[in-house]
Design a protein around this ligand. Structure first.
Ligand SMILES: Cc1cc2nc3c(=O)[nH]c(=O)nc-3n(C[C@H](O)[C@H](O)[C@H](O)COP(=O)(O)OP(=O)(O)OC[C@H]3O[C@@H](n4cnc5c(N)ncnc54)[C@H](O)[C@@H]3O)c2cc1C
Length: 625
């Protein structure tokens, strides 16, 4: 089931590649070591070992289903330009013996060349191969344009501290936005569909949309974490958000940015590290200004990602500017166009010539290291619920992700989760039938039902056991309140929980988010009254997503406030150093548990009320994005 079309996902935008030990020069131990060092010693070593050990078979599987990875010989022979780009990225792009002669790049943090890739569009090719293979599989039905809004559980305990062992996930509630008789007609008013399942796998990706600038596509609104949290599923390490230092800053106002936007909702286009590797310099202004990196690090523009991101952030703050500028114009124009054909073309489309003009860039949210906590077989704390990919926290990334480990994590742990779910499927199905369906349907009927879509059969009260978000019959795609809420969450997160964090800012934002939550509740109640609805409620997809962003933002803030040190991607000014006693994962129980605002003294309550008033005004004042 997917919210948009099958290929619209972060995976499609991945450029670099997938790490795996597939050459004789390399060992699993070395990959494990590089991963743990990058993770700032917070990784779960058992999970890391599983990741690195299964890397080779993951690549073999992708090749088997038809992924066309770049081969070393082809690259040498046919495409000198591409090789030049990779040579810049890796500084080490030589022919080495590898599985099927695949070309291997070396990226920052990897001690050996071990990045399998498909030119510089790896994700697109992997996604193509996976979607094509899956569409051909007789047991798989695709539900595109189906937005999952909540998980269904076998008991709807009102206690937020319910013992998850007593409950099971029995499927999910979704909203379909396509015509029942024609999958390509999305004009139909939406309908609610309940998918009953003995096993449910969350694979909803990350939450880059938590921030105003992100490389993630618009679908990455943290829905999986929001749904899991509402179902009292444990989440882990959500404070670790990776920012890419140089994403394009585009705006349709040419006074703000010389690069125009192609689409109002587009994700930020990545300007690869290779441009800096090629000699690109970071400057404060579009013309003249200061080349600032030498002030921050002796490696200048080639300092590690987090150092560059913090320096850019500091300069933006200092100059009250929405971006800084990347200058490559000193290099020969023809060479630039040859070495960076993709970026050159993309910028040209946006009226910017990188051979003559500086490129406006700023850090953008890129990857969420934490997520729904799983074991190495993808099992979450809720029986019957699995998670894999960016939505999950398997423990492999610790406090920072090693480049190209995330696509690998997706493949490796998805396979492990499926294996485990398959092993347990008989038992799970039996339990599901006993727990949930004994009064509703017998096993034969259940198995006959089309792709577990039992919505037509089960409209009674018992099947209504999902919590949290309610959805509207006329499932609108835009909604002024929701858009304003989304924007408010994004700006607040950037201010309080971006690259450099301050405890006071985070605490204030948490209070503000509580106030926003109350506003959302009021909005829902009002809409319910207006609709006179007493069944499936009242809320639009835009509001569902904004609510998830608010929920995930709250969890990220709570996690960040708990960590009293700076480690990996989490940098907080009051605790600038690593603290050995703090070297543990941040485990968050349900969303409605006591949080870090509970110790706010009563004298602050007046401030909170004022804050709520302010929030109301801000939200009302802001129009749609
Ligand atoms: C620009 C960019 C470059 C990257 N480069 C690399 C790289 O070189 N190497 C690397 O290893 N990693 C890279 N990454 C990270 C990597 O691509 C992602 O972490 C990974 O692809 C995530 O895969 P996923 O399947 O978990 O999520 P996604 O690929 O994002 O898929 C999530 C899916 O869930 C759907 N969905 C979400 N919410 C709902 C809902 N409520 N209901 C129904 N469907 C829903 C979405 O529509 C989408 O189809 C990059 C990421 C980006 C953005």
């Amino acid at each position: 089931m997917t919210k948009s079309v099958a290929h619209e996902a972060s995976t499609t935008y991945a450029q670099g590649g997938i790490s795996a030990v597939i050459s004789q020069l390399d060992t699993v131990d070395e990959h494990v070591n590089d991963t743990v060092v990058a993770g700032d010693y917070l990784c779960d070593e058992k999970a890391v070992r599983a990741l690195c050990t299964d890397g080779k078979s993951a690549i073999e599987k992708l090749v088997e289903i038809g992924t066309r990875f770049t081969k070393a010989e082809e690259l040498e022979a046919k495409n000198k330009q591409a090789d030049a780009v990779h040579a810049v990225v890796t500084n080490e792009s030589k022919l080495i013996q590898s599985y099927q002669g695949l070309h291997l790049c070396r990226e920052g943090g990897h001690g050996k060349p071990r990045i399998v890739h498909c030119d510089d569009m790896t994700g697109k090719e992997v996604e193509r191969a996976l979607v094509e293979a899956t569409r051909k599989h007789p047991n798989v039905t695709f539900y595109e344009n189906h937005a999952c809004v909540d998980l269904m559980t076998s008991s709807s305990s009102s206690s937020s501290h319910a013992n998850n062992n007593e409950r099971r996930c029995v499927g999910a509630v979704a909203v379909s936005s396509c015509n029942e008789n024609d999958d390509n007609d999305f004009s139909e008013t939406s309908k609610i569909v309940r998918f009953y399942a003995s096993t449910t796998l969350l694979a909803c990706g990350g939450a880059g949309q938590l921030f105003p600038s992100t490389t993630n596509p618009v679908v990455c609104t943290g829905d999986g974490i929001g749904m899991a949290a509402r179902a009292n599923v444990v989440c882990e390490n959500l404070e670790f958000v990776q920012f890419h230092p140089t994403a394009l800053y585009a705006d349709n106002d040419s006074l703000k940015s010389p690069a125009k936007k192609l689409d109002e909702n587009e994700n930020a286009f990545l300007i690869t590290e290779a441009v800096r590797g090629y000699g690109g310099e970071l400057w404060t202004h579009l013309e003249d200004g200061e080349r600032f990196m030498p002030k921050y690090d002796e490696r200048n523009e080639l300092a590690p990602r987090d150092v560059v991101a913090r320096a850019i952030h500091a300069e933006m703050r200092k100059n009250n500017s929405p971006c800084v500028y990347l200058d490559i114009t000193k290099k020969d124009a023809d060479d630039i166009a040859k070495n960076f054909p993709g970026i050159y073309k993309e910028l040209k489309k946006r009226n910017l010539d990188m051979t003559k003009q500086r490129i406006p860039v700023r850090p953008a949210a890129h990857y969420l290291c934490g997520g729904v906590k799983t074991n190495i077989d993808g099992e979450t704390s809720l029986s019957g619920l699995f998670a894999c990919g960016e939505v999950a926290c398997t423990g492999v990334h610790g406090a920072n992700r090693l480049a190209s480990n995330s696509l690998l994590e997706g493949v490796v742990f998805a396979r492990r989760a499926v294996k485990t779910a398959t092993k347990k499927s008989k038992e799970s199905l039996k339990q599901l039938l006993e727990d949930e369906f004994e009064e509703i349907v017998d096993e034969d009927d259940f198995l006959k039902c089309d792709a577990l879509d039992l919505s037509k059969n089960h409209n009674n009260e018992k099947s209504n056991k999902y919590r949290g978000i309610k959805v509207k019959k006329e499932f609108l795609s835009s909604d002024a309140f929701a858009q304003a809420l989304r924007k408010e969450v994004q700006l607040s997160m950037w201010r309080a929980c971006g690259i450099v964090r301050r405890t006071e800012d985070m605490r204030e934002t948490l209070v503000k988010f509580k106030a926003l939550q109350r506003l959302v509740d009021e909005e829902e109640e009002e809409a319910a009254l207006l609709n006179g609805s007493n069944d499936d409620g009242t809320v639009t997809l835009a509001l569902v997503e904004a609510k998830n962003l608010l929920a995930v933002g709250t969890l990220v803030l709570r996690s960040a406030l708990r960590r009293k040190e700076s480690r990996g991607l989490h940098y907080v000014v009051e605790y600038p150093d690593r603290v050995e006693e703090e070297r543990m994962s941040t485990i968050l129980a349900p969303i409605d548990a006591d949080d870090e605002t509970s110790d706010i003294s009563s004298s602050s309550l007046i401030e909170i009320e004022q804050e709520e008033e302010l929030v109301k005004q801000v939200v009302v004042a802001r129009g749609p994005r």
